[in-house]
Design a protein around this ligand. Sequence first.
Ligand SMILES: Cc1ncc(COP(=O)(O)O)c(C=O)c1O
Length: 412
Amino acid sequence: MNKMKRSTAALTALVMIICTLASCGQSGNAGNNGEKKADGGYTIDNIRDCVIGLDEKMELGNGSKMAVTNFDNAATTPALQPVADEVNEELKKYGSIGRGTSPKSTHSTEVYNETKEKVIDFVGADHEKYTVFYVNNTTDGLNKLASAMIEDKSDLVLTTRIEHHSNDLPWRELGTVIYAEVDDQGRVIYDEIEKQLQNNKVKFVSVTAASNVTGYVTDVHRVAKLAHKYGAKIIVDGAQIVAHRKFSMLGEDGPDDDIDFFVFSAHKMYSPYGGGAVVGLTDDLMGHMPKFYGGGTIRIVGDDWVEYADPPKSYEAGSPNYPGIVGLGKAIDVLEEIGFDNIEAHEKALNRKLVDGLLKIDNSIVYGDTEETSIRSLWRSSWLMNTASPPDAEPSAPTRMCGDSTDCRTRR
Ligand SMILES: Cc1ncc(COP(=O)(O)O)c(C=O)c1O
């Protein structure tokens, strides 16, 4: 059951603060040497020391400077020192990717290819059936898929009411989107999805693996089963899941509940160098290509004809973002070394503390599932509260929550 605390007081100003508790980066006092602990590697207990910028003093509106508490890892995550170190190290050996035979070019091309294999393992996909192509971020990946797969406005895409705009607008612009309603806690109603699939000829079902607002985790394998039953393909927006849960594209009853396409960003997993990936069924990517043309995409070109390459090349126009790729690979290594079970348990404990505190504050509304019994939550909270206070009043609730020595990073 969910609890919701509402104020009846008049609200003169509202600030929405979205808080995501990730494995590190909750407050700004850690040392920042970034050194890997000699005994035992990266763990949930020592990773905070590797978060870059926790101590960095930022100028506030009143001219003072202080370390800033980041309460919005849902938007983006800070860099980890080992990720930055790996990028800097690799830049010494950087050469053109897939476009040369020099030792640097050969080395960078190897890293580029090996990281794709790592990504396939990271999302539990099958190397024989799936292809990875790099993108700038989740938004770019979803746009590229839409550009490649949607033929015209008659193509129907089913999505839900909890999607990020990035998993709505690309489909809306090129095809036609229909929505499955969610319940009053923002949870997917699977019967609604089936109803829409029964009543419409849907080409793609595109859903988020986890809500960026409430942290609700969608049972995407259940959605996959429904989509496949009605002849649709499933695309999963993985932006919010990758730093928090072990995700597998392969379901338990495969291939019925396997995920066909998975899209995610590296900057949401402690590698803010740009970059991300789409992992998709090779057979489905074949024969399509996004409307991005140029170097890297072709097999052979004549004056008045072009033969394009197969995926992934046909999906990766232009030179790739090497720091983004290196950072992504290292972020995967570090997250896996910490262990997703440990990350989940840590987030759960932090979120319990946060929600209990929020529920005691007047004028606050906590959204989503606030009970610990649900497994379908990323243990994150969004809340809304009244921050209007006269100049001589007690500090506002967010100020009290963040403490005197720090400023909170909030989302309007
Ligand atoms: C669920 C979800 N999907 C997509 C995106 C877009 O991600 P990006 O900005 O990395 O493209 C976000 C970003 O917050 C998100 O939370």
